[in-house]
Design a protein around this ligand. Structure first.
Ligand code: HEC
Length: 469
């Protein structure tokens, strides 16, 4: 996680650290996990809660213990609650780590071990730091919440993840967001042909490496007519004219990272999703032609929003996020229509089937869920991925979705019967992003590795592997 920059840090950590097998029901062979090694660390002076402790809790604990998610009735979101504990009582006894649940459970000295088995545990270093902090009296600032300081700067050269891919309407090109750049890749040639440049940013010697944003790009979407590309980054969204490569509008004043983007089916509106982890999620809707905001939802989710999608008739916006909920909203009034609960971890993405009756969601709990919109029921759960499902898209009007996952695969599924249709391999790291042409013939995917892969969607053949680093 240390190699991820500022704004990606928390989200990245959650995706990053799920290297363990899921704690699935019926898992017979329950191996006892060994305690975390206790090591001595060199540390001068008092441990700084905001700088050294909170970031650990925030990335490894807070998504189950803050906001509206308080597992074991334990809320780590405010200093008082963090000390007070949940149903087992006091969680932090200043000066006494061995009597503090926060220490003993995460050291795996007492049950239930924390975090849950499916998540990445504390490193010995982190555990030692938490211990030292408790030893020193568990000092915390008295202000209600500690906000990590954010420095906006270009992502380090070593961090070149692909967080967004989208296929041009003629299927001849793929747009990919890699680090803070947006490149156009010719599908037939497998080569970068253009980079979109924000002229307010300093140029690069190589114009094909021009920066599109100052910070890491977190999301990318193409309008249905192919004329407008939207890219989301820390506190901003840019609308690009795909023909000229020029900026049409800059959308500003977002609370945090913008990690989700969706155009309305007729292409007049753009919905954005994001927000700071463990704070209120953010959903805003803009008119493409003018760049004016037409709708802003008030506290739509209690945590970061990871996915947004308009219904095929454009009248409903679906959203999902770190609070594990799928919700729907009336456009343009912003009235909440329905709320669906079922995933037991972050809901990473959402999409509507073309009939407007079915919604599919991708979960950090490694499953895809299919929902019957009218009845509000879960139609089915599709297991198969072995890490977080990070993005999902319906394929044209078919009852099929394409997904990508931290398990390094892109897959296609039939949502009517839950069957697996095809696997697309070759990736060697976590995948963040997938796109499929509406006819299902071209598939593009990218992730942490920084390599764009383009496949034949009908037979799974890898057509091009294009390093964008
Ligand atoms: C994936 C979700 C998840 C994560 C991540 C997680 N926990 Fe928990 N935690 C739970 C659940 C579920 C319980 C309730 C377990 C029970 O009561 O048997 C719980 C209970 C606890 C309790 C006991 C509360 C009480 O009073 O009963 C403590 C303390 C705790 N967690 C600390 C942590 C710490 C520290 C971390 C980070 C290292 C962490 N948890 C990460 C799900 C999680």
């Amino acid at each position: 996680m240390n190699r991820l920059p500022f704004s990606l840090a928390v989200f990245g950590a959650i995706l990053w650290f799920s290297t363990h097998a899921p704690a699935q029901e019926g898992e017979a062979k329950k191996k006892e996990l060994p305690p975390i090694a206790e090591i001595k660390i060199e540390h001068k002076g008092p441990v700084d809660f905001a700088k050294e402790i909170w970031p650990i809790f925030e990335s490894k604990c807070a998504f189950c213990h803050s906001g509206n998610v308080k597992e074991g009735q334990y809320d780590m979101g405010t200093p008082d609650a963090l000390i007070k504990g949940g149903k087992r009582g006091v969680a932090v006894v200043p000066g006494k780590p061995e009597e503090s649940h926060v220490y003993t459970l995460s050291a795996r000295k007492k049950k239930p071990f924390m975090p849950l088995k499916s998540e990445e545990p504390f490193t010995p270093q982190e555990l030692a730091l938490v211990r030292l902090w408790i030893d020193q009296g568990a000092k915390m600032p008295t202000t209600t919440r500690v906000k990590p300081k954010v420095v906006i700067s270009a992502p380090p050269k070593t961090v070149q993840p692909i967080h967004g891919v989208t296929i041009s309407t003629d299927k001849k090109a793929v747009f990919a967001a890699v680090a803070n750049r947006i490149v156009e890749v010719d599908v037939a040639a497998g080569k970068i042909t253009r980079a979109l440049r924000d002229e307010q940013l300093p140029p690069e010697k190589d114009p094909l490496r021009a920066p599109a944003h100052l910070s890491l790009i977190e999301s990318l979407a193409l309008s249905p007519d192919g004329n407008t590309l939207a890219s989301g980054a820390y506190q901003e969204v840019v609308l690009w004219d795909t023909k000229t490569g020029k900026i049409k509008h800059r959308l500003k004043d977002f609370a945090e990272r913008v990690v989700a983007l969706a155009f309305s089916p007729k292409g007049q509106l753009l919905a954005t999703g994001g927000g700071a982890p463990t704070e209120e999620g953010e959903i805003r809707v803009f008119e493409i032609a003018t760049g004016k905001e037409t709708m802003k939802l008030k506290a739509p989710h209690s945590d970061t929003v990871f996915g947004v999608a308009f219904s095929p008739d454009g009248k409903i916006l679906a959203s999902c996020g770190a609070d594990k909920f799928l919700k729907t909203w009336e456009v343009p009034t912003g009235k909440m229509l329905k709320s669906f609960e079922g995933h037991n971890h972050h809901v990473m993405d959402v999409a509507w089937k073309s009939d407007g009756k079915t919604i599919a969601t991708a979960g950090a709990d490694q499953v895809i869920k299919v929902w019957n919109y009218e009845s509000g029921e879960q139609a089915r759960t599709i297991p198969g991925h072995v890490k977080q499902v990070t993005r999902l898209q319906f394929i044209g009007t078919k009852p099929e979705v394409a997904t990508c996952s931290g398990d390094q695969t892109v897959r296609m599924w039939n949502v009517d019967n839950g069957s697996s249709i095809r696997n697309f391999g070759g990736s060697t790291d976590f995948l963040y992003s997938v796109a499929v042409s509406p006819d299902g013939t071209i598939v593009a995917a990218g992730g942490e590795e920084g390599t764009l892969r383009i496949y034949n969607g009908t037979n799974g053949q890898l057509l091009k592997s294009v390093p964008l680093k």
